[in-house]
Design a protein around this ligand. Structure first.
Ligand SMILES: Nc1ncnc2c1ncn2[C@@H]1O[C@H](COP(=O)(O)OP(=O)(O)O)[C@@H](O)[C@H]1O
Ligand SMILES: [Mg+2]
Length: 345
């Protein structure tokens, strides 16, 4: 099995801040590795090390078999990088931007133009090719940015939060583009704060928090790590909640929690047979349910289980330089537990 990216024990300090505290990463050739973590986790720092933009204080990384320090120039020939912020020139048209990049990469005038046209076509930007980039929507800008990182035909591509700040429609468009890249055999390292994005796009995920990898595996493995499966029951009548909670406690050995969705009780279970037992017990007690499910935990629950806190909510002040969005965040785990206990006591 060959690895396009291999990093071992990366440490990077900025003054008194330790951005990376010993990070190992590995991406199989032709796969998408997700680096998932909240703001400030160290994602961009890891990308900058792997892109040869900064040197680690400790540890080493190889990209396409080349050392990022000793063979930095070789690594640069292989990689493409799309940053969190669009890197295109606002005043130039989409076409001009891509031709310029091609010329910088020493393509002939003709080849640069052809490459630009091909990429615009592929990213659905042909109609907008002659318009200044300043007139593009957020999703179009991000697609142009992706196209720009592909001018040099990289075999390894770093996408640093490619959908942060995009609306759901534009995110879906960018996801399609990313899936297309991998179909071409490009190895992608994608950083994200979005659990659903990692779940949708990646083959493997490294969850990082405070400069450390706190977990890694396939999306399914990570979900399994956070506590096998969850039994969820929503009684039809709110007045049945205490009885259902008691019943679930007896079946699972721990008390259920109500979580963010009121009226839906959930508890981790390790034996799928509890499902049938639950159905029988509910029937015996003549409790009608609206929802009854056995499912893998969501990545959000995985993150909470692994790090002790939730990842940033989507769209809530994710831009490092932007203002924090108001006080309305998700309840902290402590609040949630208290609320649940209050209701079920
Ligand atoms: N150039 C820098 N100088 C000082 N501190 C930095 C620098 N770059 C990153 N940091 C700090 O390192 C930590 C990790 O940052 P970063 O890698 O940008 O995280 P992420 O991309 O996951 O949001 C943060 O605490 C950040 O403030
Ligand atoms: Mg970042």
């Amino acid at each position: 099995m060959s690895y396009a990216i291999q990093a071992e024990g990366l440490v990077k300090r900025f003054g008194s801040t330790t951005a990376l505290a010993g990070v190992d990463l590995a991406a199989r050739t032709g796969s998408i590795l997700g680096v998932l973590g909240p703001n400030g986790a160290g994602k961009t720092t890891a990308v900058r090390v792997l892109a040869t933009l900064i040197k680690p204080d400790e540890g080493r990384a190889r990209v396409g078999g080349f050392d990022t320090i000793r063979d930095a120039h070789k690594v640069r020939e292989l990689i493409g990088l799309t940053g969190q912020y669009a890197s295109v020139d606002e005043e130039l048209t989409g076409l001009e931007n891509l031709i310029l990049l091609g010329r910088l990469l020493e393509l002939s005038r003709k080849d640069a133009r052809q490459r630009a046209r091909d990429l615009l076509e592929r990213f659905g930007l042909t109609d907008a090719a002659g318009r200044p980039a300043s007139t593009y929507s957020g999703g179009m800008r991000r697609r142009l940015d992706l196209a720009a990182s592909l001018v040099g035909r990289p075999t390894v591509l770093y996408l640093d939060e490619p959908t942060t700040g995009l609306d759901p429609h534009a995110r879906a468009e960018v996801w399609d583009v990313i899936r297309g890249l991998v179909a071409d055999g490009v190895t992608v390292l994608l950083t994200t704060q979005y659990l659903d994005e990692a779940d949708q796009l990646t083959n493997e995920i490294a969850v990082i928090d405070h400069g450390r990898v706190v977990a890694n595996g396939t999306p399914a493995q990570l979900k399994a790590k956070a506590g096998a499966q969850r039994l969820e029951i929503r009684p039809a009548l709110a007045s049945d909640l205490p009885a259902v909670a008691r019943l679930m406690t007896e079946l699972a050995g721990v008390a259920p929690t109500e979580g963010a969705d009121p009226g839906l009780l959930g508890v981790p279970v390790h034996d799928p047979a509890v499902m049938t037992a639950a159905v029988r017990r509910l029937e015996d007690a003549r409790i009608v349910v609206r929802e009854l499910a056995l499912r893998l935990p969501s990545l959000d629950e995985v993150f909470l289980a692994l790090t002790g806190h939730r990842a940033e909510p989507i769209g809530a002040g994710n831009e490092p330089t932007g203002p924090r969005n108001g006080p309305a965040g998700p309840p902290s785990p402590a609040d949630e537990t208290a609320a649940t206990e209050g209701r079920l006591a």
